[in-house]
Design a binder for this molecule. Structure first.
Ligand code: NAD
Length: 337
């Protein structure tokens, strides 16, 4: 069975999801949408994707530029089993009804609210809840990062309470319109939305989060304190994460002291687009003192959710009911840990 996948919104996340789907042997891309005939529309065609116009009124603009266009979003929905909605945050909600009417399954991204459909996804923590569902949402890059490292600790040691601060990048690297450029901007609402969002995929976890935006585009950084259910050791925590997929260690002592060197590592690994789909934990920054765990992690916001979208498709179509089987298959196809 080959699942036919459409991507609505071929931007930062959409183009990465399309490429990741193309690398799997149980799903294929049947088309992607662009709102306007930009250079990315041309690049989608160069990659061999069928291009559709996301907004009916803009069809003529594509035709005028000579970019070969296969039709509109509704034409594409007639050809797919599932649409991965990668449109900007809060836009996706406007499309839910369209997907329902077209009778296709849909996956939304972290910019949409959980309440829109009442279902969210992370491959490690709640794959089984998403088996066979028609509509769901892959949680945001920050929530995915929190889930990857906290869920195995929650499961194996037990967690009383988490306090976490998200040090957030300003915009993505390709965005020249947003800041901050020379400021540190605290999110004054406490908890920030990340804590409540984590509870949609790890049921029963007690977490409070705060957030600040800083003038960088590379990655997010999390500073996390966990009160464990029992005393533990740094070695025990490290051995749990050693076995956790999509978590990768780096060492400050070996020269990886900041997100700048992490991104250099991604380039040195010759990762496509310099993406790092894994969550990066500083091994020498992990400390357990009695029943308290302290650590830092870095999140490559443009790519950590991409393998989650692949596993989400497998769960929705029950290609496998075993989350670890799907995670392993996706990781192998993408060449990640
Ligand atoms: P983006 O702006 O890079 O890409 C969005 C794409 O959708 C653009 O190509 C845009 O032209 C297109 N678009 C706009 N309106 C549309 C419409 N009505 N119909 C179809 N396409 C439309 O945004 P992004 O960063 O890829 O974010 C997409 C989603 O992923 C959001 O929910 C966001 O919160 C979430 N997300 C983003 C990141 C990140 O760091 N970039 C990380 C995780 C999750």
């Amino acid at each position: 069975m080959t699942i036919k996948v459409a991507v609505n919104g071929y931007g930062t996340i959409g183009k990465r999801v399309a490429d990741a789907v193309s690398k799997q042997d149980d799903m294929e891309i049947v088309g992607v949408t662009k709102t306007r005939p930009t250079y990315e529309a041309g690049m989608a065609i160069d990659k061999g994707y069928d291009l559709y116009c996301a907004i009916d009124e803009n069809l003529k603009r594509f035709e005028d530029t000579g970019i070969p266009i296969k039709g509109t979003l509704s034409d594409l929905l007639g050809k797919c089993d599932v649409v991965v909605d990668c449109t900007p945050g809060k836009k996706g909600a406007e499309h839910l009804e369209t997907y329902r009417k077209a009778g296709v399954k849909s996956i939304f991204q972290g910019g949409e609210k959980h309440g829109m459909i009442g279902m969210s996804f992370n491959a490690l923590s709640n794959y089984s809840e998403n088996l066979g569902v028609d509509h769901t949402r892959v949680v945001s890059c920050n929530t995915t990062g929190l889930t990857r490292t906290l869920y195995p600790i929650f499961d194996r040691i037990g967690i009383d309470k988490v306090y976490a601060t998200m040090v957030r990048r300003g915009p993505d690297p390709n965005n020249s319109k947003k800041g901050p450029v020379n400021a540190i901007v605290p999110v004054l609402k406490v908890p920030s939305h990340h804590g409540p969002d984590l509870k949609t995929v790890i049921h029963g976890i007690d977490i409070d989060t705060m957030a600040v935006a800083v003038p960088t585009t590379l990655m997010h950084l999390h500073s996390i304190v966990v009160r464990l259910k029992r005393e533990s050791s740094t070695e025990e925590v490290l051995s749990i994460w050693e076995e956790t997929p999509r978590v990768r260690f780096v060492n400050g002592g070996e020269g990886i002291e900041s997100t700048a060197q992490i991104m250099e590592m991604a380039r040195d690994l010759l990762r496509e687009r310099s993406d790092l789909n894994e969550i990066i934990v500083w091994k020498d920054g992990v400390h357990v003192v009695g029943d308290h765990l302290y650590y830092y992690q870095a999140i490559h916001q443009e790519s950590d959710v991409v393998p989650e979208n692949i596993d989400c498709i497998r769960a929705m179509f029950r290609i496998t009911e075993d989350n670890m089987e799907s995670i392993e298959k996706t990781n192998k196809a993408l060449g990640i840990q």
